[in-house]
Structure formats: C-alpha cells, structure tokens
Design a protein around this ligand. Structure first.
Ligand code: GLN
Length: 293
C-alpha cells in the first residue's frame, strides 16, 4: 500500500463512520502518524506506507471514527502561532479566543502589567499573553489540577514558565484578599488585566452540543450553570475582593450573552468604556470593559 492509498482508504473509513471533513481529518492524522509536513506528504504519495507507522495510523483513524476530536488524538492545537498540548482534561483552544487575546494586547501597551487568566484550561491565553508581552507578569487559575498540569507544561514548552504562575482554585478565589490572607496576602493580588474564557453553556443545552464536543471535551470547561452566566456573575462579585479594580476586564461569552455580561460588569464597577468584539461568525463574542486610573 502506498501513502496515497493509505490516505484514500483512511478518508473512506472516516466517511463511512459519518465523521465530517474526512479528507482534512485523514490528512491531519496521516501527517501526524508519519511525522512529516504537507510538502513531504505530497512528494511521497507514491512511496510505500512505512510498516512501522501503520499501527499508529490505524489507531488514530479508529479514534477519529469513534468521534474523538482530532486535536486530542494528535495531542496538540495551534493557538496564536504557538503549539499547545491538549488532553481530554482541557478544552481545545478555539480560533475565536485568539481574537480575545488580540483585543487585550491592542488595549494594553507593553509596560509592566499584571494579568490574570481565570479558568486557564490549556493555558492558551495566559501563556500567549506572557509570550507576547515580556514585561507582563501573568497569573492563571483553574479548578482542575489536571488542567493546571497541562497548562504548566505548555508554559514550559513556550518558554513562558518564569512569568506565569498557575494556581489551582475557583475563578478569582485564590487571588482575593481576606482575613489571615491567602497565597497573595491579606490584600490579595493587584491585577491590571482580568481575562477569562470561562464555561458558558447553559446546563440544559449541553446535550444538544456537537457530539465531538459533548462526548469528549471536559464538562467542567463547558457547563456555565442554569443560564450559562454563573461564572460571570461570580467573577463580577469577586472583583470587589481584589485590592483594586482591574484596568481592563476581557471576557469571552456565549452567543447572546454579551449584553448580560456587560450589565454584570456595570453593576460591579464604573467603567470608561464597555465594548464588544465579534467573532468570525459575526456574533458578539468578547466583552471588554476599561477604565482609566
Ligand atoms: N481559557 C481556556 C481557553 O480559552 C479554557 C476555556 C474553558 O475551558 N472554558 O481555551
């Protein structure tokens, strides 16, 4: 069997299983199994399929045919020009979240700022901010210890581990002050920028999600409570526990949630400006609130 024949047979197998985009998926998995790039694949189409790679190729095809996202099979996803390891313990970073990072970078200069990424998952946002802004100090939280382990690995792999501190905990809880003082003292952590892409799917909508998402991505990263807004409500309340209000808050939200999320921010504090950023589908996907010192 040649590499080209293996590709065609693989795509046919995926088509039979009812997996969408089978040609693209087969190509990605074949490149991964062979450990080569697209140019080499096209050059080697008539070469024999290496016997040593056959098992990995067939195993990954079977996983894809069973509905698993290709990113978990390959174990990685690109985000903002860098690779991130992904396991089923973390949400696969989405392209629209790159727009959130872009909006944060555009709203803030390169000065020495402290940024906090709440619900960091793979660490995509936190690590990208640290890598793009060498003068920033970045903190990141996640409720899942397994996610924190993945995120730490991603910070190391992208040479950002010295400027990103990961803390296990619920949303902003590890960073707010209080009697006795936690890890960040009685006052809590002074944060300039608060970024978050929290779980925001209303619980009742979870069964209706795409099968790949519903059956394979972590529920903890998806379930936003009865109306999907629970994490925003709690973050807005937690803002008061910080030693001072952040200069910028940037939240990714679900479809139709932007106005409600903005209202929560308005109730929590005074802002100079609140605006929305649309995603590639034209949906208001990010809510940003800024205030001057
Ligand atoms: N912050 C992570 C990301 O943007 C994880 C988001 C989540 O799990 N809800 O990919």
């Amino acid at each position: 069997m040649t590499i080209g024949e293996a590709w065609r047979a693989g795509a046919a197998k995926l088509r039979e299983a009812g997996v969408g985009e089978e040609d693209a998926n087969a190509e990605l998995l074949l490149l991964h199994a062979l450990g080569i790039g697209k140019a080499e694949l096209l050059r080697d189409l008539r070469e024999p399929m290496p016997a040593a790679k056959l098992e990995a190729w067939e195993r990954s095809l079977a996983r894809k045919a069973a509905g698993e996202p290709v990113q978990y099979i390959m174990g990685r996803q690109a985000f903002y020009g860098r690779w991130f390891e992904v396991t089923p313990d973390v949400l696969i970073p989405r392209p629209e979240t790159e727009l959130l990072v872009e909006a944060v970078l555009a709203a803030c200069g390169g000065g020495a700022l402290t940024a906090l990424d709440v619900g960091t998952g793979s660490g995509a946002i936190a690590v990208t901010l640290a890598a793009e802004r060498p003068a920033w100090r970045v903190y990141a939280s996640d409720l899942s210890a397994d996610a924190i382990a993945v995120a730490r690995g991603n910070a190391r792999a992208n040479d950002a581990d010295e400027r990103v501190t990961f803390v296990r905990g619920d949303l902003l809880a590890p960073f707010v002050g209080g009697a006795g003082g936690g890890q960040f003292g009685e006052a809590g952590l002074a944060v300039d920028i608060l970024v978050s892409n929290p779980p925001y799917i209303p619980s009742a909508d979870l069964p209706g999600l795409q099968r790949e998402v519903r059956d394979h991505e972590p529920r903890l990263a998806l379930d936003g409570g009865p109306d999907g807004l629970a994490p925003y409500r709690r973050m807005a309340a937690q803002l008061r526990g910080l030693p001072r209000l952040p200069r910028l808050v940037a939240w990714e939200v679900g479809a139709g949630q932007a106005e409600d999320a903005a209202a929560l921010l308005r109730e929590a504090a005074e802002w100079e400006r609140i605006w929305f950023v649309r995603d590639y589908a034209g949906i208001d996907r990010h809510v940003l609130a800024i205030r001057s010192e």
